[in-house]
Ligand binder design. Sequence first.
Ligand code: SAH
Length: 278
Amino acid sequence: MGQERAVSGDPPRQRPRFPAGLQPAAAAAERRPQPLRPQRPLAEAARDAQRRTAPTGLGLDTAAVRQRMIVRLRADGISCAPVLQAMSHVPRHVFVDSALAAQAYEDTSLPIGLGQTISKPSVVARMLEWLMLGDTARAQGHLGRVLEVGTGCGYQTAVLCALATSVVSVERLLALHELACRHLSHFQLPVPCTLVAGDGMLGHAEAGPFDSIIAAAGGEDIPLAWMEQLAVGGRIVAPARAPNGLGQVLIVVDRLKDGWRRTVGEAVQFVPLKSGVA
Ligand code: SAH
């Protein structure tokens, strides 16, 4: 289905640890020893020092700001250690427009173009925490084979890669699919990750069944294709219209041996799940 792009190399040679590490290529360059240059002009030395703490030229120490985001998530009730650890490693500012980078670690959704938004960190964390509580995920300590619907800018895809054994992520807007390909190409992802340009309402049967399915866009209901492509023991976490018809809620679907169990969670606000590609 659709146009597929693998953004990571070969499958890992050894079983990954969870959450697995995620190293931006820039971080490796940063670790290269700096030549000693005595008696440099002070301004030049100051510029170098700034670059060391802010490799992206943001003017802020992103690791420290990210750590403060993790402290806030904990205070908000997120307690799943692998999720917190994964989010503490993924530089969210790399995935948003540079004009918005200073807001990247606030608990806010941000525009990513074409009327779409990157979800708030607290919502990403809450959904991943729910996903980690599925039967298979709990037994294995990781999300296994993941299908993500709505790649957007690729931020959540990167977080998922630190929690899964493989990730397939589908995006219906070609321009955002391309953007996510560009963003994720900056990272050495720890597990195989395939980005697909296509209609995620259909799932991605050729790579299924999946242990975990997560959607960042909400429709009328959970598409049947996702329920069918969910492995026994697997879990879906996705927004959908509230049973009373007013707004959206998070829906959790677990696949049991003899059917599906559906749980309705908290009220949320996601962009619409639309069919077709554009
Ligand atoms: N997790 C993303 C959030 C993106 S917003 C991030 O970190 O950036 C939700 C995305 O879902 C949008 O990019 C939208 O285009 C996409 N979307 C909506 N309906 C879709 C569908 N049927 N298939 C695939 N993607 C869809």
